[in-house]
Design a protein around this ligand. Sequence first.
Ligand code: SF4
Length: 240
Amino acid sequence: MEFSHFKKKAKGFECLGPSSVAEAASYSNSCNLSLWMNTRYKAPVDHEFLAKWELRHAAVLNHLKLNILDKFPHAEIDMELPLQSVNLCGNTLFGVPDAICRFPNGQLMVCDAKSGKKRVSHWIQVGLYGHMIQGLARAKGAPIPDIYGFALCYGNFDQEGGFNKNNIEFLTITGPQSLAEVLPEPTRKRIREILSISGSDDLPLANPNSQNCRFCKWKIGCDQAFQGYGNKVVDVSEFF
Ligand code: SF4
């Protein structure tokens, strides 16, 4: 890795977002080196991409709130409330759930707005927020809140960036088992494994492949980035 391309996070501010952990846990990007870099370095910002993402996110966020108000009219809603950092398996996690719903009986629902494709990592991400909220309540000496469930709101955009308001999806996983559904034990085990690697001082091995490297923000400095398959189609006819 050519570290000079990137700015190091200040000492004491090395942290991970639940979305990065969730991507690694679901193999959206299973490169340990990428997660290790996420913990310690800041990637260059593509301001145009970021501006477009923020506009799309704001549009879906509004629909998330409208859906919550429609389906859960008695809920109090905290929108985009930054959570205090927590320690998870030797790593600092910092995150901002798009919405936290508080019901009159004290239960919570954690919600996020997404403007891209549906991914399993999105459910893992809201599950991690759920545990962060529970852990923070316990640290304050407050009762650990019961999780009612999780919600994801997906908004779709066409190629030109136009918003399709007829194609909004509001999905929920609710009930007493909802935390276990979004974070089943094999996923928790995987999260413990990857966090033990990203929390270590040792530089981990990279796992370059087309999926991991395609949108990796460390690619500019990574001497192990996947370089493509050369011949795109390989003839395997003789195996038949
Ligand atoms: S470019 Fe590929 S190999 Fe390098 S850190 Fe990213 S995912 Fe890993």
